[in-house]
Ligand binder design. Structure first.
Ligand code: BG6
Length: 477
């Protein structure tokens, strides 16, 4: 027998803005990703506050999950999913974020989707905010820089918690909240659009605004954790961190210290606040050296203390190396750093490091001692449909197998790992590049970057492989 515990939550993950489409259907308002054009590995997607006629916006139709969720969930059930991680698009519930009453049609859509999961005994795992801020909140308030967003978010969550009580148990407050510690997080996770920003990958960055926005998200998340437990004591409410483990490039103590700083600021800071309920002392020096002053209101510290998360989840795609020597800064990894000479990279330059997942799981579990879930992992790759219609994605199977093996090792190490939801279990739009060509799924979707495609679904080779993995509870890899 393998060593995955009974009841382990095998499944897959998506996000509304990357798969639903139907961008103005059912009363939905415009959200931040809806104003992003397509892009690719070498050309950044653009942010266009006014929609341009004739320009392709990938989120507008995405993979049409909005109309095809029953077919998709049916396929997930065929693979044996125990859980499905999806997100709720805030603008389906509150189209501008500021309405006094929620949009019933939006709530009904998610209720139907949740019921469809429950029909197959698939446990819904709901991300409340996955890079989907109502655009009106960006336009009027520059996103999370405004404290007003805390109450708007709490109101949104209150509606969800009451409506889906008894149907949903697992919630995540913010997807990859630590993106806010990096310039990339400005628009993506904080809805901040500073003057002059056009390219998604090259945003005008004001660290003071980013970290203040992050503080507002921490307070909002903590308030919601407390409220959720009051509404339903069975609710399990977690954090979600984009974890990109950093190794020192060499044993030069300068590299080691820099690595420690990067790991603290980019990987640990948000988890420390959300799990331990307070700002870690190491951030004081970082704030001072970067001229950042966090404006807290009276009571914020107590709110953080009262709203510690129940479990910790993270995405894991790659690791990176840190070097204090600017000449050795080579890498293509999304979060910067230097390339690791011992690792290969994906076609998008993300360095593949399965053992890094075991290391990371141990690091996090040692730090917090609460249940963990890997809620994103996977290989973005170019897939090809063969003449006979098959899609032989052995490279993806290899990637996932090696990561699952390392999760098994971490379980042996004593880590309390409770679930695994590989990213983009069905092909969807890439968050960083806005393209369809970067595919992660077990299910291929016939949709392409020129806007063509009829959305037909096809099983890849990995579909049957993952089905076996789940059926054998991780034994048959
Ligand atoms: C995570 C996000 O950062 O990585 C997802 O939560 C995203 O939304 C995923 O899609 C993979 O990144 P990308 O850029 O390849 O889509």
């Amino acid at each position: 027998m393998g060593n995955f515990p009974k009841g382990f939550l095998w499944g897959g993950a998506t996000a509304a803005n990357q798969c639903e489409g139907g961008y103005l259907e059912g009363g939905k308002g415009l959200s931040d990703p809806d104003i992003c054009t397509g892009g690719n590995h070498t050309t950044s997607k653009r942010i266009t506050p006014v929609l341009e006629e004739g320009t392709f916006y990938p989120s507008h139709e995405a993979i049409d999950h909005y109309h095809r969720y029953k077919e998709d969930i049916g396929l997930f059930a065929e693979m044996g999913f125990k859980t499905y991680r999806f997100s709720i698009n805030w603008t389906r519930i509150f189209p501008t974020g500021e309405e006094s009453e929620p949009n019933e049609e939006g709530l009904k859509f998610y209720e139907n989707l949740i019921d469809e999961c429950l029909k197959y005994n698939i446990e819904p795992l709901v991300t409340i905010s996955h890079y989907e801020l109502p655009y009106e909140l960006t336009r009027k308030y520059n996103g999370w820089t405004s404290r007003l967003l805390i109450d708007l978010y709490v109101k949104y969550c209150e509606v969800l918690f009451n409506r889906f009580k008894g149907k949903v148990k697992y919630w995540l407050t913010f997807n990859e909240i630590n993106c806010g510690t990096m310039p990339l997080g400005n628009f993506l996770s904080l809805g901040i659009l500073n003057d002059g920003t056009k390219d998604f990958m090259n945003q005008v960055d004001v660290p003071q605004l980013r970290f203040q926005g992050l503080h507002h998200q921490f307070v909002a998340s903590a308030k919601v954790v407390k409220m959720g437990h009051e509404i339903d004591p069975n609710y399990q409410i977690g954090c979600m961190i984009a974890y990109s483990t950093s190794y020192p490039l060499t044993c030069n103590p300068d590299d080691v210290l820099l690595t420690q700083e990067r790991n603290r600021v980019m990987n640990h800071f948000c988890g420390d606040v959300q799990v331990r309920g307070e700002y870690p002392s190491y951030m004081n020096r970082y704030f001072e050296e970067n001229n950042i002053t966090i404006k807290k209101e009276a009571g914020d510290d107590e709110i953080l203390k009262d709203g510690c998360v129940d479990y910790y989840t993270f995405s894991y795609y790659m690791s990176t190396c840190q070097t204090a020597d600017p000449e050795k800064l080579t890498a293509g990894n999304l979060t910067g750093g230097a390339a690791n000479p011992y690792l290969k990279a994906s076609d998008w330059g993300w360095q593949i490091d399965p053992k890094g997942l075991r290391y990371t799981l141990n690091e996090i579990y040692d730090r917090y001692r609460i249940p963990l879930m890997v809620v994103e992992n996977g290989l973005g790759a170019y897939d090809k449909i063969e003449d006979d219609g098959s899609i032989n994605d052995d490279y993806r199977i290899d990637y996932l197998r090696e990561h699952i093996e390392q999760m098994g090792e971490a379980l042996k190490d004593g880590v309390d790992l409770i679930g695994y939801t590989p990213w983009g279990c069905i092909d969807l739009v890439s968050a960083s590049t806005g393209e369809m060509a970067k595919r992660y799924g077990f299910i291929y979707v016939e949709k392409y970057d020129d806007g063509s495609g009829d959305f037909a679904r096809r099983k890849k080779k990995s579909f049957d492989w993952y089905k076996e993995v789940i059926a054998s509870n991780g034994e048959k890899l």
